[in-house]
Design a protein around this ligand. Structure first.
Ligand code: IMP
Ligand code: MG
Length: 176
């Protein structure tokens, strides 16, 4: 199978979008400190670029969760493969995710973090694929709303490849 990537959003378009979201966040969090929670690995570049555009004080932590096929749905469990290093009670937490697809992952992460008594808890996602939603997730900041296709680049992978692409693209599979 040959894989072809069709660019959807250029580096420049992504940078503009990140600036737009950062401005919104800077306004909304004026006078507060934000605790950014980067969901690995997909949101590393987005979270790093966003953090650099924030003018309010920022602290950072990382979490990794994994799902194997339909396991999340069938067992109702989310596997946390790396938990946060620190406590979040009384912190203004902003979860930074790569893409919301069915909504299962983020729903579970939000429940888990909400139980730790943060001062506030919001969600920022690079991409939103609403056509595939199974559980409603209230998203506070969205980069791009995308159609139902498989997207790679700028942190997002297909079989762990393509995360390093500076742009976002749709992957097409061609039989050889
Ligand atoms: P959800 O639990 O179905 O919302 O799945 C979200 C996770 O699925 C994301 O964090 C990604 O890891 C993965 N995912 C969903 N759609 C895509 C895509 O188009 N490209 C790359 N990863 C995706
Ligand atoms: Mg992911």
């Amino acid at each position: 199978m040959k894989e072809i990537i069709h660019e959807m959003y250029s580096e420049e378009q992504i940078a503009d979008m990140v600036s737009r979201i950062a401005e919104q966040i800077n306004r909304d969090y004026e006078g507060k400190q934000i605790h950014l929670i980067c969901i690995l690995k997909g949101s590393i570049f987005f979270c790093a670029d966003l953090a650099k555009k924030l003018t309010v004080p920022v602290s950072l932590d990382f979490m990794a969760a994994s799902s194997y096929g339909d396991e999340i749905k069938s067992s109702g469990q989310l596997m946390i493969t790396k938990d946060l290093d620190g406590d979040i009670d009384d912190l203004h937490c902003l979860i930074v995710e790569d893409i919301i697809d069915s909504g299962n992952t983020l729903t579970k992460i939000r429940e888990l973090l909400a139980a730790r008594n943060p001062a506030s808890l919001k969600i920022c996602t690079l991409l939103d694929k609403p056509d595939r939603r199974e559980i409603d997730v209230a998203v506070d900041y969205t980069g791009f709303v995308v159609p139902d296709c498989f997207i790679v680049g700028y942190g997002l992978d297909y079989a762990q490849k393509y995360r390093n692409l500076p742009y976002l693209g749709e992957i097409e599979f061609i039989e050889e």
